[in-house]
Every structure is written in C-alpha cells, then in structure tokens.
Design a protein around this ligand. Structure first.
Ligand code: ADP
Ligand code: MG
Length: 735
C-alpha cells in the first residue's frame, strides 16, 4: 500500500481510545495562569526594592534607561525567579531579518575550573549580549571588516520563560545591532518609529490643548493559519520545505458552500486551540478570539491589542507556539500566506491605533467628542502619508509568499488605498468642499422593526473587507499584512510616514498660530487647523476608495488616479532606497539600514523562488513521473490485451484518446521540468538579487505554472492508488 493510503487509514482507523484527539494538556481557568511565566509588574513589585522597581517600570514605559548600578540586582532577582520556575538557561531573544525569532541559550552557571562552577548571569549579561549570529541576513551590513553583532535588553517588552522540550529558558526580549550601531533586526526600527510618531502626536495634542506625556502605538493582530494532519504533511515534501503545495488538483468541494467560516470547530482542532492558548496565556499573550476561517482547515486567533512592542513580540511568540504545540497533536500549523491554490489565503490583519498615556484612543472619534480636531488631523496625516508613499507601504508587506495571496481569493489587491466608511467620508468631503462642518459624527441607530430587540447603536463605519487599509471605527486595519510575516516592518513604515506627514501639517499650522489658548475653541481650530487640513485632504483624495477593491474596474480606476499597482513584491522593494523614502524614514532607518532591508528582501524573494523551482522539478521527476508512467503502462497494456482478445472488434477510441492524452501530458511535463531546471540555472548566474529574484519568479510564473497545470491534470486522471502526494481533499477535510 502506498504511504499516502497508509497515512489516511491511520488517521481514520485509530482504535477507539487513541482515535480520540490528543487531549489538551491544561484544564486551568485561563485567568488563573495568566502571565505566570512573565516577569511582570506584580512579580517585580514583590521582588524588587522600590527604587529599582520604579526604574524598571520607567524603562518599560520608555521614560528612563535602566540604571547600570541596578543591573546586577535586577539580574540576580530575575535569575532566582526563573530558576524557581525550572529555568536552567537564559537567552537574549531577538528578531533578526529572517522574520522569525532567534536565541542562543546560555546556562546560568559556567565551569570555572574543572571542579567548581560560577554564576554566569549578572547585570552585564542581562543588558548586553554578543551572540555573533554572523550567519543571519544582514544585507551587506556585516560583510565588512568588522562583523560583530550585539543584542541589548529591550525593557519595553516583558521578559518571559519559554518552556519546551522538558526544559525552560529565561528569554530577554532584545534588539540586535551591528558594531557600527546599525539595526540588524526588526525591533529597533519599530521602537524608533513608535517614538517618532509618539513625539509628533504629542506636538499635535499640545497644540490642541490636550494633556498627555506620551503616545504609544497600539496593535492587535488577527492571525490566520491552516491546520493539517502531520502524517499527511510528512508525505508532501513541498509542505515540509515551503509550507505550500506546489502541485495539487482542486478538490470538487473547496469553500464554495462557505460552510466552514465561523462554523463549529472540530474536536481535534479545539483541543489544539485550547492547548496553545493556555500556554499563550501563561506567557501573558492575551488571546481572545478564535474561529474557523473561510477555507476548509483554515482558522484564526486574535489576541487583544497591546502596545506595539509587546504585540509584536507576542505575535512572533504565538506563531512559534502554534507550530510547536501542533506537533504534540500530530498536526502541522501552516502560517504561509497561500498553502493551497484556489482557496483563501491567510493574512495577519494589523489593527493599528495610537493611545496616550492618559488612556485616550486617538483614532476613536467618540473618545473626545468635544474636541475631535486631533482625530481629524491624524486621519488627514494617515491619508496624506498613504497617498505619498503607497510604494513604500506595498514594499513593507512584500514577500514571495504574500504575492500569491494579494489580489487572489478574498485578499486585498496589490494596490494600496484607504477605506474610511460613509460617515467619515462625508465629513471629509464636507471639509474639502467647504461645507458646514460639525466634526463629531453623530451616532446613528438601527430600527430593526422588532419589539423585543433593543435599539442598537450603529458603528460609525460600515465594513469594507476588500480594502487593504480600512478605518474600522476606532482604529485602522492594515489588512494586506501577510500571515507569516514579522509585522514590525509594515508598522515601522506606517508610523514613520504618518509622522512625516503629521509633522508637515503641524509645521504649517504652527506657522500661523501665535499663542495656543489654554482651552482652544472651535473658532481657534476653524481658523488655524481647518484650512491646512483642507489643503492636505485635497491632495490625498485619490487614495480614498470605498468601492470593491477586488473588481477589475478598480484596477482601471486606480490607474486613472495614478495610484501604483505593483502585483510583484520584487518590483516594490526599490521604493525602500529612494530619496523620498529616506527622507520619510529619517530617525528610524538610515540609508545603510534601508539598503540592508532592500538587499535582504530581494535575497529572500529570490531564495524562495529558487527553492520552490528546484523542488518542483524534483517532485515531478521523483513523485509524479513514476506514478504517471505506471498508469500509462497499465492503460497501454490493457488496450493491447483487449485488442488481442477481441481480435480488434471492440471500439477503444476513448481509451486510446485517454492514453494519448496521458502520454502527451507526461512528455510535456518532462519538457517543462527540464526547462525549469535550465531557467533556474541561468537565473542563478545573475548576481544582483533583485534581477535574480525577478528572473526566478518569472520562470515560476510561466514554466512553473504550466508544469503545475500538467501535473494537476495528471492527478485528476490516473489511478488514485498510484498517486503519492496526499490530495487536497484528504489534507483539508481529514481533521
Ligand atoms: P474583526 O471583526 O476585524 O475580525 P477581531 O475581533 O477578530 O475583529 O479583531 C480585532 C482586533 O483589533 C483585536 O485584536 C482587537 O484587540 C484589536 N483592536 C481593538 N481596538 C484596538 C485599538 N484601539 N488599537 C489596536 N487594535 C485594536
Ligand atoms: Mg477577524
């Protein structure tokens, strides 16, 4: 029996008892264990003397640096706490440009001489590390004479204990930078960008008479993923190496009936969800929402929003956790943007807003109804920034895998536009058209014509699920972000360009304001803010779009409006190194750091296509061809025997046609696989990464797609028993 059929039988026929889903390991009430593996404020308050506690909290809030004289005490307290929870090692946990996390573990103790050990974890180790890590992507930043790379504790994100493989490690969230001080990671630029936008928003608040000391970026991610059985995954080298299916005929039933979306979650899946969520809660990740998504085997998890630094760390941790826990349940969690052709892909909607230290959500028009001018100014800055830098936003979400999703099933297209909803749209066009402006949208309510249902307030926005960047009532949702990506980069870009526009708007307003009154009134705003906002809103009008982003009409309309349409990420990366972008990213990413990101992104793009093309040709030769020729031989022998047995009296026209078609498909497949290899070899002689990436992608799109068509047709024709790769229906409907 083929491995594929054996695997399916094992899933379906586990004896009672073991056929039960792997039970989740925790039955605790979620609130009880929340944050128990986190060195959080409660723990610190209990363990630190007051002045040290105050210093660490100030550092967490970005107000002060950790005082070096406290470092040893902080470290030893932290170590004792970690050891009491079973930790034996510590690590600086950081986010290199691979998009994943990285950590090099060290034991808390070291061998001094053969028979004595010394403590290894002190203030010095807490504050800084030198993991070398020279093999991580650096886009040329480290290839010069001095290749040192350092990590440094980032106190804005909580320290935690990672339990895995029976052991436990104290993880210190860190930034990663080069000897020359350039950021080699995703985190440092994010912190800089949060700071930059925070500063300019404070300027705005001051000018508006609103008191605040700090402004933070808040982020809430909706993480989509697929779950597949591990034994079927193991039979698919493509899923194993690339997390997506390079071949696979569409099943008769996919998502047409929309019967999976927020439907009942299968037992096996809910056990898995419960298990990873329970660990996530221990790690202080506030997971809240879970549901089935549109495609079969697709799901979503969404934690509650947090400050940018924690939200990003938690997203990266959660993704790792989801992968690890899946293994325990004999499942594989696929975070790729498009694991299956012809089905919905996975995104990571990034819900983004700004919050003051006084708890004011600055994108909530109802939070401060008596003065909505800061809200309007911020919206104006967002629109202006998106209009000025659509290419930069496009590049920030770019990857070979997201290219497969963008513009596909139910995913926003590669054209950046902003959706605001009718109420806000009306308000802004009133402003630009000089109509009477009342800047607080009134809250409408529904009349559902029912006696039993109470009046329901209507949200300020309707939804537009097709928009890549949508206002959703009290935040923006950047929907084009890919499921597998580290979301720091798009948020870094977004914060930076909004800060640039906001600063420009404020410069203009401030030019004419002599004194800011203690309580600025509508007359003040009408005189100083309104004309400037009107001017900026007019400029950015083309970026606003409320219609169907999936329609062909929008592609045409966008072209008319001169909004770039960049279907391929590789064509968008050069936006990172233009003069315009360098200006926008001042103080966040310098010219060298931008060049580095450009190189790293182009390289990753090229490598992904290189791996996929290589594997595609190999899979054809080693998996598809043997199965196809076996079926070909069967059919040929059967036709010959029938002709012989019936002395050529039976009509075998259709069978001969089938055989001929199969022979031709096999021959065509062989030619295409050969061509793919040749094209790959040729593309790989190009040394420049962008050109290499484009060439490899073009081959994949032309020759690779043709090969896939041939293979998928063969899969749909030949003896099911011969087919070695688990089929879509088996992978998608077997949980
Ligand atoms: P949807 O209806 O879009 O599927 P979900 O409930 O799945 O919404 O996710 C919404 C996400 O938006 C959550 O992570 C939520 O915490 C987050 N969110 C809500 N308010 C804010 C805010 N002010 N800033 C950032 N994120 C927010
Ligand atoms: Mg959602």
């Amino acid at each position: 029996m083929s491995g594929r059929l054996k695997a399916i039988q094992t899933i379906g026929s586990r004896p009672v008892g073991t056929s039960k889903p792997t039970p989740s390991t925790s039955s605790e009430v979620p609130s009880e264990g929340f944050g128990s593996y986190v060195f959080n404020r409660t723990v610190m308050q209990r363990l630190f003397p007051k002045e040290i506690y105050n210093n660490v909290v100030a550092a967490m809030e970005g107000r002060e640096k950790i005082r070096t004289e406290y470092a040893d005490i902080i470290a030893s307290t932290m170590k004792d706490w970690a050891v009491s929870l079973g930790a034996t090692h510590f690590t600086h946990w950081f986010q290199p440009l691979t998009g994943l996390s990285a950590a090099k573990h060290d034991a808390f103790i070291d061998w001094h001489v053969h028979d004595s050990v010394i403590e290894k974890f002190g203030g010095k180790q807490l504050l800084q590390g030198e993991p070398d890590a020279s093999s991580l992507p650096s886009g040329g930043l480290r290839s010069t004479f001095e290749a040192r790379g350092y990590t440094a504790w980032d106190p804005t994100s909580p320290i935690f204990i990672w339990k895995t493989g029976g052991g436990a490690t104290l993880c210190i969230p860190s930034i990663f930078f080069s000897w020359t001080g350039e950021a080699l990671d995703h985190k440092l630029p994010l912190l800089r960008a949060e700071n930059k936008l925070g500063e300019s928003t404070l300027r705005l608040l001051k000018l508006s008479g609103i008191k605040a000391k700090r402004v933070y970026t808040t982020l809430g991610f909706e993480q989509e993923y697929f779950l597949v059985d591990r034994s079927l995954r193991d039979l698919r080298p493509d899923l194993m190496l690339t997390e997506r299916t390079l071949f696979g005929a569409a099943p008769a039933k996919g998502q047409q009936l929309q019967d999976h979306y927020i439907g009942a979650v299968r037992d096996r899946v809910i056990h898995y969800m419960h298990d990873f969520e329970s660990t996530a809660l221990h790690l202080g990740i506030p997971v809240k929402t879970r549901h089935n998504e549109v495609a079969p085997a697709q799901h979503e998890v969404a934690p509650v929003f947090e400050r940018a630094s924690s939200a990003v760390d938690h997203n990266i941790l959660l993704m790792e956790l989801m992968r690890v826990v899946a293994g325990k349940h004999k499942l594989t969690c696929l975070l790729h943007e498009k694991p299956f052709a012809a089905l919905n892909g996975s995104g990571k909607h990034a819900n983004w807003s700004l919050m003051s230290d006084t708890g004011l959500n600055l994108f909530d028009p109802t939070a401060h109804p008596e003065n909505n001018w800061p809200f309007l100014t911020l919206v104006t800055a967002v629109l202006h920034a998106a209009h000025r830098h659509p290419e930069l936003l496009r590049s920030s979400i770019g990857s070979a895998s997201n290219d497969l999703r963008l513009g596909g099933h139910e995913a926003p297209p590669a054209i950046i536009s902003v959706y605001l909803g009718t109420v806000l749209e009306r308000l802004l066009s009133d402003i630009t058209k000089n109509r009477n402006v009342t800047n607080t949208p009134k809250q409408p309510s529904y009349d559902l014509g029912s006696l039993v249902i109470p009046d329901l307030p209507r949200d300020h926005t309707d939804r537009n699920r097709t928009s890549p960047f949508a206002f959703t009532g009290n935040r923006f949702e950047f929907r084009a972000v890919g499921s597998s990506s580290n979301p720091s980069f798009p948020i870094t870009i977004l914060n930076s360009i909004v800060a640039e526009s906001l600063n420009e708007i404020l410069d203009e307003i401030e030019k004419s304001v002599q004194v800011v009154p203690k309580k600025p009134d509508q007359a003040f705003f009408g005189k100083y803010f309104l004309p400037v906002l009107r001017k900026y809103l007019k400029v950015s009008e083309p970026i606003r779009f409320s219609g169907d982003n999936y329609s062909a009409a929008w592609v045409k309309e966008a072209q008319k409006r001169k909004i770039p349409n960049t279907p391929l990420s590789i064509d968008s990366y050069k936006a990172l190194i233009t003069k315009k972008s360098k200006r926008a990213l001042e103080g966040v990413l310098n010219a060298e750091e931008l060049e580095c990101r450009y190189q790293v992104l182009c390289e990753a793009y090229a490598h992904t296509h290189d791996i996929e093309t290589d594997l595609m040709a190999e899979l054809f030769l080693t998996h598809v061809l043997p199965a196809a020729t076996r079926a070909q031989k069967d059919l040929a022998q059967s036709i010959t025997s029938c002709t012989e047995a019936l002395n050529g009296t039976a009509s075998l026209v259709e069978q001969k046609r089938l055989l001929k078609a199969l022979c031709e498909s096999i021959e065509k497949g062989c030619k295409l696989a050969k061509r793919l290899e040749q094209q790959r070899a040729k593309a790989n002689t190009t040394s420049q990464s962008e050109a290499r990436g484009r060439a490899l992608r073009d081959n994949a799109a032309s020759t690779g797609n043709s090969l896939r068509e041939v293979v998928d047709a063969i899969e749909d024709t030949i003896n099911d028993k011969y087919w070695p790769l688990p089929k879509y229906r088996e992978i998608l409907f077997n949980l």
